[in-house]
Design a protein around this ligand. Structure first.
Ligand code: NI
Length: 259
């Protein structure tokens, strides 16, 4: 079985020192392809470096809505340059809206501005997008409706409602699920995994965050992906192999990367 981690942060300080071992352990359990996701310029550069150093590792680059302190037009042009010159950059991300941590209107407006700016960048470069949307489903939907992504997008760590998922599905998006679908008290993410179209499902860890049960609270790693896929299969009443195969196909279709 081929496993995919479509969203991880091996470029995070908790994993970067051991990146070699982290990637090798993931490969040992069958994770054949993974995308290291940036959240600002430095972490995006690190993501590219990791991708270039390892077969089966790719990079997504961009500014996360929680990390806009150093964003500027100049920084975005550096992201553009990186995407143009580095072959292993397969997406712009993670970008989006976070209203959980940011309540002020001014910051939310700033988030919207740079979200749109980076959607435009992805469209210019013909790249898909990895989206972070937390407590911001409606505005995310409105922005994507007004600024369609040309090469597709995934709503990573999807945490909205089933109803909202159906609206996003109308925009032809993909949905990434991770650790929370294994948590006992997480009702909605489980319902979303059940309701998601098989051809729009993606597996991810978001490591080092959100480790799945039975590792909850510990440092998450891409090698835990089989626990996510197993849970997806159980929730959907499908075979693990069928689910893993569909995820690999979805991954290839969205990111133009061989699983
Ligand atoms: Ni992330």
């Amino acid at each position: 079985m081929k496993y995919i981690d479509s969203h991880c942060h091996i470029n995070d300080e908790h994993l970067l020192m051991d990146s070699e071992a982290v990637i090798n352990s993931a490969k040992e359990v069958g994770v054949t392809s993974l995308i290291v996701i940036g959240w600002d310029l430095d972490s995006s550069i690190k993501a590219v470096e990791l991708a270039n150093a390892h077969q089966g590792v790719y990079a997504a680059i961009g500014f996360h809505p929680e990390n806009l302190d150093e964003v500027s037009e100049e920084a975005i042009l550096k992201i553009e340059e990186l995407a143009k010159t580095e072959k292993k950059v397969v997406a712009i991300g993670e970008i989006g809206l976070d209203y959980h941590w940011f309540k002020e209107e001014s910051h939310r407006n700033k988030q919207k501005e740079w979200f749109i700016r980076q959607i435009n960048l992805a469209n210019k470069l013909s790249l898909p997008v990895s989206i972070h949307a937390r407590d911001a489903s409606n505005d995310t939907y409105e922005i994507l409706k007004a600024h369609p992504v040309k090469k597709g997008a995934v709503l990573h760590c999807y945490s909205g409602s089933v109803e909202m998922m159906k609206r996003f599905d109308g925009l032809d998006l993909y949905f990434g699920f991770d650790g929370p679908i294994t948590f006992k008290n997480a009702v909605e993410p489980k319902e979303c995994v059940k309701a998601c179209r098989l051809e729009r499902l993606l597996s991810e860890t978001d490591s080092p965050y959100l480790a799945p049960t039975p590792f909850r609270g510990k440092t998450n790693k891409p090698e835990y992906i089989p626990h996510i896929v197993k849970q997806m299969a159980e929730l959907r009443g499908q075979g693990e192999e069928e689910v893993a195969k569909a995820i690999a196909e979805n991954y290839e279709r969205l990111f133009s990367v061989e699983p």
